[in-house]
Design a protein around this ligand. Structure first.
Ligand SMILES: C[S@@+](CC[C@H](N)C(=O)[O-])C[C@H]1O[C@@H](n2cnc3c(N)ncnc32)[C@H](O)[C@@H]1O
Length: 179
């Protein structure tokens, strides 16, 4: 099931910074000048932090199915003075439609909503540069261990290697490498 846009207000709020500080969490993976893709960006809880880390020479492609999410993120990005380095991209359920070679991809609390996991991870694998990373983070609450194991099996079949399992509050997280 796709997370309805209005539900985003329940977890995309300042209190969340206490346990998911975007810049602290993503600092190990993002360097100035990088091209980063935030898939299932929602209202951009992580997108603004990614844009700060990527710096003025970098960019973030923020991808979501729902126009309401992208509209809210657009307003936030302007308020934060980050609009020039964030590209808003509305995708379709069947395809991300992003081709830019990426240095880093984030998929936070969204992969369980994707109907065709093999296709989804193949698209990410193709858009990542060799040697680059995907950080996959799934919520502990409503993603069972067996469903997560199936997702990880798909990732391995696609060609990803699990490099690390970083500690992320309320979540299970996997840093995946391509090549
Ligand atoms: C639970 S929200 C998480 C938002 C954000 N990543 C965060 O952690 O605050 C999941 C988001 O993924 C988006 N989504 C679901 N399926 C998607 C797909 N196939 N492609 C892109 N976005 C998708 C939803 O529209 C929603 O905005």
């Amino acid at each position: 099931m796709i997370c309805p846009w209005w539900l985003c207000y329940s977890f995309d709020n300042p209190l969340r910074r206490i346990f998911h500080d975007p810049e602290r969490l993503l600092d190990p993976y993002v360097r100035p000048g990088m091209t980063v893709v935030d898939i299932g960006c929602g209202m951009g809880y992580f997108t603004i932090g990614l844009a700060k880390l990527a710096g003025p020479g970098g960019k973030v492609i923020a991808v979501d199915l729902q126009q309401q999410m992208l509209d809210a993120l657009g307003r936030r990005a302007r308020r934060a003075g980050m609009a020039d380095r964030i590209i808003l991209h509305r995708c379709r359920k069947e395809s991300l439609g992003v081709e830019a070679p990426a240095d880093f991809v984030l998929a936070f609390w969204m992969a369980h909503e994707v109907p065709d996991a093999p296709h989804f991870f193949r698209e990410i694998f193709t858009l990542l540069k060799t040697g680059s990373r995907l950080l996959l983070v799934e919520p502990k609450v409503h993603v069972t261990r067996s469903s997560l194991e199936r997702t990880l099996a798909v990732c391995r079949e696609t060609g990803f290697q699990v490099l690390e399992e970083p500690a992320v509050a309320l979540s299970r997280a996997f840093l995946m490498g391509k090549g």
